[in-house]
Design a protein. Structure first.
Length: 81
């Protein structure tokens, strides 16, 4: 997904120039945005996310899982498009 920094120009001539520059490898590189998120919090989140669904599935009875699945299907099909 392109970042907002590398937004393409709307003018057709400038857009064509930029496309040629990118195709030939002469376009300037977009500056990298540093990751300012807390790495410890990210690791903890990933750890909990990987365990959560499995732990919940193990704790539920088959009948309860079936009821939850039926409710989800009903909600999904009830949406108007």
């Amino acid at each position: 997904m392109p970042s907002r920094v590398s937004k393409r120009p709307r003018d057709p001539n400038q857009l064509a120039w930029q496309i040629v520059q990118e195709a030939t490898g002469q376009a300037p590189k977009a500056p990298e945005v540093p990751d300012t998120r807390n790495q410890a919090a990210l690791a903890l989140s990933r750890l909990g996310a990987s365990k959560g669904g499995l732990a919940r599935a193990a704790a539920l009875s088959p009948a309860k899982r079936k009821a939850i699945a039926k409710k989800a299907v009903a909600a999904r099909w009830a949406k108007k498009r």
